[in-house]
Design a protein around this ligand. Structure first.
Ligand SMILES: Nc1ncnc2c1ncn2[C@@H]1O[C@H](COP(=O)(O)OP(=O)(O)OP(=O)(O)O)[C@@H](O)[C@H]1O
Ligand SMILES: [Mg+2]
Length: 599
């Protein structure tokens, strides 16, 4: 029994804490927040007092006895002054709330982004970019409007409700009882509807995210959409998704509408009832006409408060639904903490020494059933240049991803300089390795921005020097804008070979201890191949290098060639050694490639 109680309590407590956890982000701006709340309270109460003036004016006009003895002009003046003050309070309060919501939500955005960017590789294999983008835009926007408008409005309306009820209870206890019968009904209704609304809101945000995925992916892969003439297909896909959202939104609207219909009926019903009773009281002479006016004004205000509280409540419940997703990301562990100052990394680890793959076995976390690498043993000495060749899909690219610890292995060990890669600080590890990946993706900005990605502190001379070594200075300087040339989304305005050489220059600027080159399969013409090859050779100088090659011609002068087959090492040796092996895989490959390229 007591145990049950305990868990019950815990659940509600946690639920509340969950809902309020986003308030942590407001905490830093609590002075603004509290200030705004105080102004809000004063302003709302002032407004309630102002709304009592018309009734008093009528009372003094009809010569009824009142507690206050002011002339009509004095009442008018008082009203004017109070309204002016109210306007001023409202102005300051809006600015204060904006400060809280803008700054607070900027913090949430930043945090959310840092969480996302710090996630390990496999996180991005589970989600689609459009969906994540939606979280950081649409969901946060919902939250933002809560903190800038909804919350303040909510507090204001509650104050009006309380103040109004107190005044009514004082002026007309009997009619007040009628109000008290209506309010609990509204609260219960709000709770029932609120749960529903929250669920629908979450669903709607999810659907919105799915819709964003389609936009994001088709725009990113624009050339593919065009090449396959799939505009119609994508248009249908998008339209379906939007249609689905309309469906959810309409269901959402139906619930809200139903809620309002109930509220309006209850509300206006009680107002009309009160008016009716009040009119009798004026007729009896038990009430002044001015008091009835005040009474009606307050009742309408209370009615308005209840109606808008319903609306605000549904908005708040909706935002809570959106928050759940945001919170889920905010609570994720990151692989790499984003530091505000990245220059304070300790520099004592040299990343020199041999690279060792010792009995490595690996499956991708998203596809555990297929073993990509099985008992891989490779030793690469400090300064050695090694090439890896082998069939497509054999696990070559996987091998170097593991060296950068994009994923953790399940069996064996990978070490650099005798230290397990799992023991290095990830940032340090990856900063010391230069990777020219198989599919090169550039940022959409200028060539220079892309190059600076390798080393943000590089000087202009260093940049030019690197582009010369990477054999790309020639084509860059032929562009009218030079280094400032915009490369277009993911680098579409450059040729494959140009992109490759820019990626090489980017890695030259990084100046890594260890170099990993994953050569693209797209074949270049002989001239460009020579140029790219030269760039690669420049990059490999004085570094431990691993080159994954598809064209054997490019790797003739590496120190050693490793032949990869079915997830493990099949052959290893120099070109001349391997070419003499009878029935060797490399020998077959070489025969095939060199014969084909001769014909
Ligand atoms: N992120 C991933 N999740 C699941 N499986 C993956 C992932 N990346 C690659 N694979 C699978 O791992 C296997 C090895 O892929 P890998 O990219 O290492 O091959 P590769 O030897 O580099 O081939 P290629 O010569 O075509 O570049 C493939 O069967 C591939 O389908
Ligand atoms: Mg590959």
């Amino acid at each position: 029994m007591s145990k049950e109680n305990k868990t019950n309590k815990k659940v509600t407590k946690e639920g509340l804490r969950d809902a309020l956890s986003i308030f942590r982000y407001i905490g830093r701006y609590r002075l603004y927040f509290i200030g705004a709340l105080i102004l809000l309270v004063i302003g709302s109460l002032l407004m309630m007092v102002i709304m009592g003036i018309p009734g008093e004016m009528v009372n003094s006009a009809t010569g009824a006895k009142t507690q206050f003895h002011l002339t009509l002009d004095q009442w008018g003046l008082l009203m004017l002054v109070a309204l002016g003050l109210r306007a001023l309070l409202s102005f300051v309060q809006t600015i204060l709330f904006a400060n809280v919501s803008e700054r607070g939500m900027a913090d949430v955005r930043r945090d959310l982004y840092n969480r996302l960017i710090g996630q390990p590789m496999d996180y991005f294999e589970q989600f689609r970019v459009g969906e994540l983008t939606s979280r950081i835009t649409a969901d946060i926007e919902q939250l933002q409007s809560v903190f800038s408008i909804t919350l303040a409005e909510f507090v204001r309306q509650i104050l009006i409700l309380i103040f109004g009820i107190v005044v009514l209870a004082y002026l007309m206890p009997k009619l007040f009882l009628v109000m008290m019968l209506v309010i609990p009904l509204v609260v219960v209704l709000a709770m029932v509807f609120g749960r529903y609304i929250r669920r629908l809101s979450k669903k709607r945000q999810d659907q919105l995210a799915k819709t964003n995925v389609i936009v994001e992916e088709t725009l990113q892969n624009f050339p593919i959409v065009k090449a396959f003439a799939n505009e119609l297909f994508e248009s249908d896909r998008y339209s379906h998704s939007v249609e689905k959202m309309v469906g959810i939104s309409l269901r959402f609207a139906k619930i809200r509408g139903l809620f309002f219909a109930f509220i309006i009926f209850l509300l206006f019903g009680s107002i009309l009832f009160i008016l009716w009773r009040g009119a009798y009281m004026v007729q009896d002479g038990t009430m002044e006409a001015g008091s009835l006016l005040s009474f009606v004004i307050y009742t309408v205000m209370i009615g308005g408060a209840i109606a808008s509280l319903g609306n605000l409540y549904t908005t708040l419940a909706g935002a809570l639904g959106a928050t759940e997703r945001v919170k889920e990301i905010l609570e994720r562990e990151v692989e790499i903490k984003v530091k505000s100052d990245s220059s304070d990394l300790p520099d004592h680890i040299s990343f020199e020494g041999d690279i060792l793959f010792d009995g490595v076995g690996f499956s991708y976390p998203s596809r555990m059933e297929s073993k990509i690498l099985d008992d891989v043993n490779i030793k690469i000495s400090q300064g050695e240049k090694v090439a890896i060749v082998g069939q497509s899909g054999g696990g070559k690219s996987t091998l170097i991803k593991l060296l950068m610890r994009f994923y953790d292995i399940q069996e064996g060990m990978i070490s650099i300089g005798g230290v397990d890669v799992r023991e290095y600080d990830l940032t340090q590890l990856r900063s010391s390795i230069g990777l020219v990946p198989q599919d090169i993706i550039l940022f959409g900005g200028t060539i220079k921005e892309n190059l600076l990605y390798g080393n943000p502190d590089a000087s202009d001379e260093e940049i030019v020097e690197a582009t010369k070594q990477a054999n790309c200075w020639e084509f860059i300087s032929s562009f009218e804008e030079g280094l400032e040339t915009i490369v277009g989304e993911r680098g579409v305005k450059l040729s494959g070979g140009q992109k490759q050489r820019i990626a090489i220059a980017r890695t030259i600027l990084k100046n890594p201890k260890i170099l990993l080159l994953d050569e693209a399969t797209s074949s270049l013409d002989a001239e460009s191949e020579k140029v790219v090859q030269e760039a690669m050779n420049n990059l490999m100088q004085k570094r431990t290098s691993i080159v994954i090659a598809h064209r054997l011609a490019t790797i003739k002068d590496v120190d050693r060639i490793i032949v990869f087959n079915d997830g493990s090492v099949a052959e290893s040796g120099s070109h001349t050694e391997l070419i003499q092996k009878d029935d060797g895989i490399y020998k077959n490959l070489a025969n095939l490639q060199f014969n084909v390229s001769m014909s």
